[in-house]
Structure formats: structure tokens, C-alpha cells
Design a protein around this ligand. Structure first.
Ligand SMILES: [Zn+2]
Length: 385
């Protein structure tokens, strides 16, 4: 095997809702930054063009055929999604159908399948889909901003290539409810989600007592953090929940959803993490992949809705970590030009710099609730007892 990291990408990959937080610049600028920082030029890294959309018959092995047909109908005639019956397929104002919605989501599914396949068959040690991470979707329903859940597709692709035990780690600020739902009764897929508590944030699930279905108890682990928990809580989450749970489960491959919508400047959440946390999160995942899985790791990016700020830098650093290469000390000047051309008026000046000082005044007050949350998760999980 010569490829350490396959980056499955196309600038026009991903959902294309108009005037919406799921802005394609998030992954376009991440890949541009990885390129300008020299990560993509490394001999162990392959930029793999995202394939065309997944065929209907293959989609139907993972998603309900009636759901796929409904999405195709809404894509052909978006006005039909205004009917009350559309709600059964998960249509909401957040995920209003548009003309290429089926195509765009089926293409994301194909990209995630290819990433899982490359790692499963051994043509790459690791693979990432920077446009991926739609972790809310269910087999029969869209949810959150995605349609066909590409994180579940990556897991199922590994399965198709004979990988039995898979650990899925979800660091997005929102609970990975869709992926958890896909594998709720599957004792060979561990889902671990660290997120802002569902008491305060969509999708209002992901509590400590969600541990998996009958016969699969322990296959789901959830850590619901309080608002303003901050970097220290995420670091403790890795050391006290994610790492021990994954090690106890002993997977063959690690899959991760690496959303950074917990960043303090993100418009959708309240956890207040900062840039210096992210390289530590990626190192923690890399350590797990190395110690449990012979290095094998599939990553999807995920949430992060401030396209000029945290997401491109966080995910470029993720690609560097996955490829086992460093990044230059300073952000490349070329990237600033690309970011300005993408209407980012003041692109970041350093890898870990903050546009505005984070307001961390509530972090200390949140510490007792973080203690309680971690204790509740550890008490509930059969893997952590
Ligand atoms: Zn999110």
C-alpha cells in the first residue's frame, strides 16, 4: 500500500441549499488550504476525484426505496415538498428540497462509499471526505441538513469489504442521532457521540442512557455536555470516554465525524471551543486508529458553519494529521488569496488564531455540570464500567 491518505473531493460536492449554513466554501477552502500547505503534494497523499452519484439500486440497499423515490420526486418538483405528507420524509424549512438535492446527496453517498471501500480493500490506509458528515439522516427519512447519511454509508462500505467491528466517533456539536439509529441494534458497530446536550440543542437526543438496543447494549455511548463546556471538557471527553470506550470495544477500523461546530464563533451552538483544541482532537483519533486499528481510519468532516474561520483550518490540519505530515508554521499566503476570492473578507492570520477573543467567562461555572455528564456516561456504558 502506498497511499497513506486518500482525499475524496470535488469542489462541487456537497449539498447546495441557497442561503444556508451548509455552505460549500467550508470544504472547498479546507482542501485549498491543505493544497497550499503542501499536504496534498506529499507522496503518501492522493486526491481522488469524487465519483458521480450512487445508483438507485445501491442506495436502496441502505435507504428505504420509498424514501429515495420521494426525494427524487421532490428534487424534480420542489413545490410538492410543501404538502403536509412531505413531513414523513423529514422535509422541514432547514432542508427544503431543491432541483439537484437527490443528485448532490447521492454523490456524497458515493464519495463516502469510495472512502470506506479504499480503506476496506486496503488501497489506502486512511481516507477523508471533507464535504461529508451528514450524520442526522435515517434509513427512511432525512434529518438535519443531510439526506442520505454518508457517515452510515462509510461504515456500511467497510462492512461490504469484510470489516466486522467498526467504531464510529462523532465529535460534532450535535448528537449523531442518525448514525446511532442506523446501528442501534448492531453489536459490532460502536457509536460514540460527544455533543452539546439535547436539552439545549437539536436533535434533542444523545443522553447517557442511550446505550444501544436489546442485545447490543454498550454499542452506543453518549456524552451530553452542558453549554459553555469549552476545550477542557472536550479534552476530558477524549481521555475519559472516547479513548477508553473505543479501546475496550477493539474495532478493526475507526470512522469519525469531525464537525467543529462547537467552535465559539459558530452561529449554531454554545460549547465555546477554540482552535488550539482541534489538533489535539485529531491526534487523539490518530492515536486510537494506530493503537486499535493498525492505523486504519475513515473521516468525514461534518458541521462547522463559519466557512471563512474554523472549518477550513481545522479540516486542513485533520488532513495533515491523517497523512502523518506537518504543516508549515505560518498559513500560506496563497490561501489568503483564495479565501478572499471566496468572499472571506478577513481570512484567518494563523493556524490557531481567533478572529475575536472567545468569551470563556462561563466555562468555569460549567465545570460541575461537565463532571456530572462524564460521570453519568461512564456509569451508563457497559464499556466504561
Ligand atoms: Zn453539527
Amino acid at each position: 500500500m502506498s497511499t497513506t491518505l486518500a482525499v475524496v473531493h470535488a469542489d462541487d460536492l456537497g449539498m447546495d441549499y441557497a442561503d444556508h449554513p451548509a455552505d460549500r466554501r467550508r470544504h472547498q477552502l479546507a482542501v485549498a488550504l491543505a493544497r497550499d500547505a503542501g499536504v496534498l503534494d506529499h507522496p503518501g497523499v492522493a486526491l481522488v476525484p469524487a465519483p458521480g452519484p450512487m445508483a438507485d439500486d445501491q442506495l436502496a440497499t441502505m435507504f428505504a426505496p420509498a424514501f429515495i423515490r420521494a426525494i427524487q420526486v421532490f428534487s424534480a418538483k420542489p413545490v410538492l415538498a410543501a404538502a403536509p405528507e412531505a413531513r414523513q420524509w423529514g422535509v422541514t424549512p432547514d432542508v427544503h428540497p431543491y432541483a439537484h438535492m437527490h443528485h448532490d446527496s447521492a454523490r456524497l453517498a458515493a464519495a463516502a462509499w469510495l472512502a470506506g471501500r479504499m480503506v476496506g480493500e486496503g488501497t489506502a490506509l486512511r481516507a477523508i471526505v471533507p464535504a461529508g458528515g451528514a450524520h442526522h439522516g435515517l434509513p427512511h427519512k432525512m434529518n438535519g441538513f443531510g439526506v442520505y447519511n454518508d457517515t452510515a454509508v462509510a461504515v456500511l462500505a467497510l462492512r461490504a469489504w469484510g470489516i466486522r467491528r467498526i467504531a464510529y466517533v462523532d465529535l460534532d456539536v450535535h448528537h449523531g442521532d442518525g448514525t446511532q439509529g442506523f446501528f442501534w441494534d448492531d453489536r459490532d458497530v460502536l457509536t460514540v457521540s460527544v455533543h452539546e446536550s439535547g436539552r439545549y440543542l437539536f436533535p434533542n437526543s444523545g443522553f447517557a442512557d442511550e446505550i444501544g438496543g436489546t442485545g447490543a447494549e454498550g454499542s452506543a455511548t453518549n456524552l451530553a455536555l452542558p453549554p459553555e463546556a469549552g476545550d477542557a471538557a472536550y479534552r476530558r471527553a477524549m481521555a475519559e470516554v472516547v479513548e477508553p470506550a473505543v479501546r475496550a470495544f477493539a474495532p478493526e477500523v475507526l470512522v469519525s465525524q469531525c464537525g467543529v461546530d462547537h467552535h465559539h464563533a459558530d452561529p449554531l451552538s454554545h460549547l465555546r471551543t477554540t482552535m488550539p483544541l482541534y489538533p489535539d482532537l485529531w491526534q487523539s483519533l490518530a492515536g486510537l486508529a494506530d493503537s486499535c486499528c493498525g492505523g486504519r481510519w475513515v473521516a468525514l468532516a461534518g458541521g462547522g458553519y463559519d466557512p471563512c474561520n474554523a472549518p477550513p483550518r481545522a479540516w486542513a490540519m485533520l488532513m495533515a494529521t491523517m497523512a502523518r505530515v506537518g504543516v508549515p508554521q505560518h498559513l500560506p499566503a496563497e490561501w489568503g488569496v483564495v479565501a478572499r476570492a471566496a468572499a472571506c473578507t478577513s481570512p484567518a492570520s494563523g493556524w490557531l488564531s481567533e478572529d475575536a477573543p472567545p468569551d470563556l467567562s462561563g466555562t468555569e461555572a460549567a465545570a460541575p455540570a461537565v463532571d456530572e455528564a462524564i460521570a453519568a456516561t461512564r456509569a451508563a456504558s457497559p464499556l466504561l464500567g
